[in-house]
Write a protein that binds this ligand. Structure first.
Ligand code: SF4
Ligand code: SF4
Length: 104
């Protein structure tokens, strides 16, 4: 599984720069650079209304990924040892990105 750090602090799944989901999906079928990818599992935390106090940060998780032009993509799964998801302040998933994306 991939070690993941995420700086999208206003995503409702984020806790202390880690993601609390056990699996995420990264989009970017045609992506040739990092900002053409995005975390499709992003959900905006509007005013903390949905903050789950019991959420547990996952340091390693399953990353499904549609960015097939990335060197780390193996059969639509991320094979990188670690990745960084970025885009703090995002209001929609298109404003996030996999900063680790590297074109083949
Ligand atoms: S943006 Fe994606 S990786 Fe980051 S906390 Fe949200 S769901 Fe997890
Ligand atoms: S490093 Fe590449 S394969 Fe892994 S999630 Fe990011 S874009 Fe997808």
């Amino acid at each position: 599984m991939t070690k993941l750090e995420c700086s999208v602090k206003n995503c409702m799944h984020n806790s202390d720069n880690y993601c609390c989901k056990s699996a995420i999906l990264v989009d970017g079928n045609e992506a040739v650079k990092p900002n053409e990818t995005c975390c499709a599992s992003f959900d905006e935390n509007k005013g903390g209304a949905f903050t789950n106090l019991f959420k547990t940060p996952e340091t390693r998780l399953e990353v499904e990924c549609d960015a097939v032009k990335c060197v780390y993509n193996e059969d639509r799964r991320c094979a990188a040892e670690r990745i960084d998801i970025a885009g703090d302040g995002a209001c929609e998933c298109g404003q996030t990105r996999c900063a680790t994306f590297k074109a083949r």
